[in-house]
Design a protein around this ligand. Structure first.
Ligand code: FDP
Length: 342
């Protein structure tokens, strides 16, 4: 046996390789990035760094006084949690310092935040999704979408910079603060997942080129809202039961999405009699996950239209959301397209 080869086998036996760090992965794949100027790479690194700070705070939430509400509500009318606000500050600060972002759209702010007129990118972010799970130690997440601005750098931000279709994203991803913390992203060349190694404080590639199974057995819907669903949705839920599907609903979009991405399944937040557009936000929740799922071979729609083709009219616009394994989304759509909401 060749000496160098046997030495490398011996060293990997003694010390397992820890894998590729996120920074190195980004650097190695720089030429796959749209507009490979290095700014988008830096932006992803800024997001990763902010997520580590948020992760640290999420992990010690029980120990310091950062749980519970702060007594105000956000735009959606949800009670703002201390950690929601804290995560918003952490991400906004990291993205301001980086200088690559001209405007930030966040669930926590009514209007977009003007960060730096010279930045090339617009970012839409839900800094901490799944707020109702914060205080009970259940997985929560961060969701982000990155767009290239349309107007010239140095000029005022215009609505066409902010209200772009999901298909115009140049990168998107999420961070899952779960039993381990993961960062999953795409720049349009597949979906890659990185796991946070706590003792080293680094993300390492753990899930290269993720693909969602075409089919699955898991359906994720808040069935407590059953009475407010349209008849077609009720029929679809009956179909799920008749097909012996498994119901799994964490109530944290990122966590439900991530599980279905790995195992195959469909997540649905449909129209209800109260909200014909459902609950979830197109710009900073649905678009990123739609881009990711398509890159992984799955599908995302509002029941009728591809999510990424929807032209947004306002920052906080809602949309019904059907996302997951291609065949399962298509099956759900086939029910929904039979009737209109009553
Ligand atoms: P939350 O309100 O707790 O922030 O994005 C909103 C979201 O959570 C999703 O993460 C989650 O999937 C959904 O709402 C849960 O809503 P319901 O409680 O109505 O099921």
């Amino acid at each position: 046996m060749n000496k160098a080869y046997s030495t490398s086998i011996e060293s990997s036996r003694i010390a397992h390789s820890i894998g590729t760090a996120l920074d190195r992965f980004i650097k190695n794949n720089q030429d796959e990035f749209p507009y490979a100027s290095g700014e988008l790479s830096q932006l992803l690194r800024d997001i990763a760094l902010a997520s580590k700070v948020v992760n640290r705070e999420v992990n010690k939430a029980g120990l310091i006084d950062i749980m519970g509400g702060i007594g105000s509500t956000n735009l959606a009318g949800d009670q703002q949690q201390k950690l929601d606000v804290l995560a918003n500050i952490r991400f906004t600060r990291a993205l301001t310092k980086g200088g690559e972002v001209c405007a930030l759209v966040s669930e926590e702010s009514e209007s977009f935040v003007d960060l730096n007129n010279h930045g090339q990118y617009v970012i839409a972010i839900d800094p901490l999704d799944g707020s109702s799970n914060i205080d009970v130690n259940v997985s929560i997440g961060t969701i982000f979408s990155i767009y290239r601005r349309k107007s010239a750098p140095g000029t005022p931000i215009r609505s066409e910079d902010i209200l772009q279709k999901g298909s115009e994203q140049v990168a998107a991803g999420y961070i899952l603060y779960g039993s381990s913390t993961m960062l999953v992203y795409t720049t349009g060349h597949g979906v890659h997942g990185f796991t946070h190694e706590t003792s080293l404080g680094e993300y390492f590639l753990s899930h290269p080129d993720m693909q969602i199974p075409e089919d699955g057995k898991i359906y994720s819907v808040n069935e407590g809202l059953y009475n407010s669903f349209e008849p077609a949705m009720k029929q679809y839920l009956q179909f799920c039961k008749d097909s012996s599907y498994t119901a799994r609903y964490i109530g944290s979009l990122v966590a439900d999405f991530h599980r279905n991405l790995l195992k195959g399944g469909v997540y649905i937040y449909p129209a209800t009699s109260r909200d014909a557009r459902g609950k979830l936000r197109l710009i900073y929740e649905c678009n990123a996950l739609a881009y990711l799922v398509e890159q992984a071979g799955g599908k995302a729609s509002d029941g009728r239209r591809r999510i990424l083709d929807i032209d947004p009219e306002s920052l906080h616009q809602r949309s019904p959301f059907y996302v997951g394994s291609k065949n399962m989304v298509e099956k759900a759509e086939s029910f929904i397209q039979r009737t209109a909401i009553n």
